[in-house]
Structures are given as structure tokens and as C-alpha cells.
Design a protein around this ligand. Structure first.
Ligand SMILES: C[S@@+](CC[C@H](N)C(=O)[O-])C[C@H]1O[C@@H](n2cnc3c(N)ncnc32)[C@H](O)[C@@H]1O
Length: 252
């Protein structure tokens, strides 16, 4: 995730020296899921590129760029100053959603962290989630746990997308308040929206995931503890389900 902001001729963001920049595909897809006219908090903002983009494009009316570490907060501040946006983007230092007051924003973005850390951040500050219109989450791993947390905490998945950068494919999940029954267990690991909308990267993501699980299965071959046996069966079932989805989307 090094090359997060690509300098480009396209006028996406303009800073004071008239240099123009373009978001990378992952950050762009996250930004695309933000409804227009909203107030946005980007938790774990690091460089603050998402808030800068959203405010520059007039998508967000106001943004908070928050991070737990002083280094990223300094970087965010530097970038926000560079783009002359200190009046519309607040930079905050603190853990998770502790920097946000209930009702202060409509949309919360948490991207580029592990799924468990994301769900821990959400669980620790449920009060802040009360008036939220949309959560946009991009877990690096454990997306299954994120979808499960959403279903168990009265959020429905409104949209999902996959973004490719280098060799990696990232899951981006947009959730809104509501309740829905998840009909099939497999939808926790392969987002139902990704299947329904035939996300162009779904086939590649399925192949990559199957390959990873097969590699792990091979490493477990000569181990026969109870836990390993359970895990092996779970992986085999998942591979079978992934293959089934792959065949279904390939048939069309
Ligand atoms: C890999 S960067 C992702 C940056 C950006 N969100 C993106 O997707 O490109 C993760 C950032 O999350 C921050 N972070 C980690 N744990 C956090 C927490 N509990 N609260 C706020 N920020 C956190 C880190 O300091 C780091 O700047």
C-alpha cells in the first residue's frame, strides 16, 4: 500500500502549487461509496488523502481525519495545509472513534486495518454509531468477521466492491443501519453483493483465496490434532463453496 496517491494529469485534487493528484483504485472505490453532502470521519486516516479528496470534490461538506499515532497525524496535517483545507478538515489524535462525538458525522470510514481491529474499534464506541448513515470499511484481512459483526450489530450491507492494487485484491464494504437475515453462511466470507453485482474482480479473488486455502491444507497434511482436523474440514467445505460460485459466475 505504498503508492497511495498517484500524481497524474487528471484534475482530481489540486493543491496550492496547482499540482494535481489522483487516488489509487482502492482509495477511489472507498471515496466513491461516500454519499454526497455528508460529514465524514476517516479513522486511521494516515495521509488524509480520502478526506482531502472528498472535500476538494465537494462530496463531503466537512471531514475529520483521525489517527492514533502522532506520525500519521502530522502527515495528515501537512497534507491538509498543502491543499488549503484547514477550515473544512479537522485533524484529531486518538484511539478509534474516541475522537468523534455522537452526531458529529454521517459517514465513518475505517480502511487499511485488520478486520478484528475494525470490529474492536466499532464495539468500543457504539454510542457514536447511533446516528450514522453509512459505515465504509476496508479490512485487510478477516472480512468474514467484519460482515458477521455488521449483521449482529444491526447493520445491513448496502454495497460492496473489490479493488486491485499490485498483486492484492481488497474488499470494501458499505453498511447502513438496519436488520437483515443472512440466508447462507457463505455470504459472510464472500459478500452477497459481490456475487449479485458480478464484481469484475470476484473470479480472480475466488481463485486467489482457493489457492491460499489449498496451500494451507498442504501444510496441514501431516498434522492430525483435533483442531487441525476441524480446520481442514472447514477449508475443504469453503473451497467447494468458492468453486461453486466461481462456476456460476463463469457460466454467464
Ligand atoms: C495502513 S494505514 C491505512 C491508512 C488509510 N486509512 C488507508 O487505507 O490508506 C493504518 C492507519 O491506521 C492507524 N490506526 C491503527 N490503529 C488505530 C486505532 N485504534 N485508531 C485510530 N487509528 C489507528 C495507523 O496509525 C495507520 O495510520
Amino acid at each position: 500500500m505504498e503508492n497511495l496517491l498517484v500524481e497524474d494529469d487528471t484534475i482530481n485534487m489540486k493543491h496550492k502549487e496547482n499540482k494535481t493528484c489522483k487516488l489509487t483504485p482502492r482509495l477511489q472505490l472507498i471515496a466513491d461509496m461516500v454519499p454526497a453532502g455528508t460529514r465524514v470521519a476517516d479513522i486511521g486516516t494516515d495521509h488524509a488523502y480520502i478526506p482531502i479528496y472528498l472535500v476538494t470534490k465537494g462530496i463531503a461538506t466537512y471531514a475529520i481525519a483521525s489517527d492514533v499515532r502522532p506520525g500519521p497525524v502530522g502527515k495528515a496535517l501537512e497534507n491538509v495545509k498543502k491543499y488549503g483545507l484547514t477550515n473544512s478538515i479537522d485533524i484529531r489524535l486518538g484511539n478509534g472513534l474516541e475522537t468523534i462525538k455522537p452526531g458529529e458525522v454521517d459517514v465513518i470510514i475505517i480502511a487499511g486495518m485488520g478486520g478484528i481491529l475494525i470490529t474492536d474499534i466499532l464495539t468500543a464506541s457504539k454510542r457514536v454509531l447511533n446516528n450514522i448513515k453509512r459505515l465504509i470499511l476496508q479490512p485487510m484481512i478477516a472480512q468474514e468477521e467484519v460482515r458477521r459483526w455488521l449483521a449482529e450489530n444491526h447493520f445491513i450491507i448496502a454495497d460492496e466492491a473489490l479493488a486491485a492494487e499490485g498483486h492484492k485484491i481488497y474488499n470494501i464494504i458499505a453498511a447502513e443501519p438496519g436488520d437483515e437475515k443472512i440466508e447462507k453462511e457463505i455470504y459472510y466470507s464472500v459478500g452477497k453483493k459481490l456475487i449479485e453485482k458480478r464484481d469484475p474482480l470476484l473470479g480472480t479473488w475466488l481463485i486467489k483465496s482457493i489457492n491460499t486455502m489449498e496451500r494451507i491444507l498442504m501444510q496441514m497434511e501431516d498434522k492430525d490434532s483435533n483442531n487441525v482436523c476441524i480446520l481442514r474440514e472447514e477449508f475443504k467445505k469453503k473451497i467447494w463453496e468458492y468453486e461453486k460460485i466461481k462456476k456460476m459466475i463463469e457460466k454467464e
